[in-house]
Ligand binder design. Sequence first.
Ligand code: SAM
Length: 293
Amino acid sequence: MSDKALSDERWIEESLHKPEGFLTSYRADKVLYEEKTSEQHLVIFENAFFGRMMALDGATQVTERDEFIYHEMMTHVPIFAHGAVKRVLIIGGGDGGILREVVRHKDVEHVTMVEIDPAVTEFSKKQLTSVSAGAFDDPRLNLVFADGAKFVHDCPDSFDVIIVDSTDPVGPGEVLFREDFYHGAEMRLAEGGVLVTQNGVPFMQGSELKGTMEKFGRLFSVATCYLATIPTYVGGPMAMGWGTDNNQLTDVSLADLRQRFKQADIAMRYYTPDVHKAAFALPQYVIDIMAPA
Ligand code: SAM
């Protein structure tokens, strides 16, 4: 390729770990949409290998190629662990991937989704249609455009599962890592419910997980995480925070998970009951990060 053609290429930086001196970048073969919204910088572009991708404030949010791993593990682990989920709250999740996985559960009766930036949802619907796959049209959805940190204090309802599919603790997402938000979410949990949070890649962002676990430890009798490796959340396995007062949930048997999985009859690309159980087996460095100071 000529120097001119190379220089014409646009590469979009993943700058989340710039403070650690670690940058990755994705060739943008085509930029589909770019805007400084009222909340954040939003870009949706095409990459030859990962397909359509979205980045917010320089952090990769979702790619068509690997989103199934994250969305299946953030959604089906709490729902199958609980076993009788009727009401789900999603905080964030603007691209619709979590919503898509939640509504695949026919026994779920209601989903409230609270997204701070309407532009993310509006442009994901148009440019990332495979991610939401029509889920925004599901009649069980109550879509609210608001700050999730406020919503959990203002909303009177309760939910069996709360999934915080937030950006990282920068910009609008920062408030979703504060104890005040977690306390509000805990108040919204129905008896036996569980709070699950996007908690970054511990190898790169250990303090994020440590901070959440310290706060969860003050709010819940069970404060732990489970892991899944998403290629474009660089730096190793990602932690999904788990806070609940229902001690049964984490220890649900493989036999029960297999029975619920069979009953739900949902075709998966990553989740299996065995992967579910294995995800809670944590390596020592993650245990050490979570250990109380
Ligand atoms: N899967 C991605 C990840 O793990 O980083 C997150 C995807 S989703 C696009 C993150 C969403 O959180 C965005 O749509 C963003 O607008 C939303 N968000 C950020 N802060 C928020 C807040 N305070 N309340 C509600 N939604 C928020």
